[in-house]
Ligand binder design. Structure first.
Ligand code: NAD
Length: 260
């Protein structure tokens, strides 16, 4: 049976956990060779082992997505390993510190914007030289917080970074069309991952929270959060030739959460 991304090469950031992990595994199951880029090398190592256990191919790259040199090196390493680059999943991201704007330090603001938005820019920029000959597909992970749902109290920096990713993806889709590189952005609602682990909430947060009718994270379709594997199926579609005429699109994957 022909696999859906057979012999393609993918570079996935945040591949050690959550959505990135599930997507890296899904792409490998469908025949892609995958570079697993993440901060914490050991978690990406586990993903590599899992991929190899079913006969897939993966390499691990220790990358801070906000570091231009590491990003450039890791993408070049991926290209050198397999002599092509077809798919980039710019997915690594953090919630950062959730706090009212008047309490948000410049440092907290910068950390969120640098990881989520600059990290996305760097992944796309560094991939272009390796993708422009044959074309390919870039998928960026934003959030429903970027344009539709703003009930994540204290997330002004996060929401700004996620909105920035949507605008960036659309400009990139226009610019890169001449190389046959498609760029799309996905906007998940609440997904069961580890993203809450490193989220810092300050006590002042309670001063701005207003009661909402539905508990945050509730989704009409799921009665709870979605699963990383459900997001992985969408990314697989956007990465594969099945979406060959789709570029510049923002796709919500939230079990209708953002309609509440
Ligand atoms: P996660 O924490 O499970 O995984 C994120 C991964 O990114 C981690 O392995 C982490 O080490 C890595 N990472 C963080 N900062 C990095 C950096 N500077 N350099 C390299 N890697 C870094 O979270 P997740 O939910 O899978 O998040 C993936 C993306 O999905 C993020 O962009 C997030 O904003 C987005 N998102 C998540 C949800 C949700 O509810 N989980 C909802 C909407 C959007």
């Amino acid at each position: 049976k022909l696999q859906r991304v057979q012999d393609m090469v993918a570079f996935v950031t945040g591949a050690g956990s959550g959505i990135g992990r599930a997507t890296a595994i899904r792409l490998a199951q469908e025949g892609a060779k995958v570079c697993l880029a993440d901060l914490k090398e050991n978690r990406a190592d586990e993903v590599k082992q899992q991929i190899e256990s079913f006969g897939g191919q993966a390499i691990v790259a220790d990358v801070d997505v906000s570091d231009p040199k590491r990003m450039e090196d890791a993408i070049r390493q991926t290209f050198d390993q397999w002599k092509r680059l077809d798919i980039v999943f710019a997915n690594a991201g953090i919630n950062g510190t959730l706090t009212p704007i008047e309490n948000m330090s410049e440092q907290d603001w910068d950390r969120t914007l640098t990881t989520n938005l600059k990290g996305t820019f760097l992944a796309v920029k560094c991939a272009i030289p390796h993708m422009k000959q044959n074309g390919g597909s870039i998928v960026i992970t934003s959030s429903i917080n970027g344009s539709r749902k703003f009930s994540g109290f204290g997330s002004s920096a996060y929401s700004a970074s996620k909105a920035g990713q949507v605008a960036f993806a659309k400009m990139a889709a226009l610019e890169l069309a001449r190389y046959k590189i498609r760029v799309n952005v996905i906007c998940p609602g609440a997904i069961e991952t580890n993203i809450g682990e490193n989220t810092k909430k300050t006590p002042e947060l309670k001063n701005i929270e207003i009661p909402v009718q539905y508990p945050q994270g509730s989704q009409p379709l799921e009665h709870g959060a979605g699963k990383p594997e459900q997001v992985a199926d969408l990314v697989l579609f956007l990465a594969s030739g099945e979406s060959s005429h789709i570029s510049g699109t923002e796709i919500f994957i939230d079990g209708a959460e953002s309609l509440l």
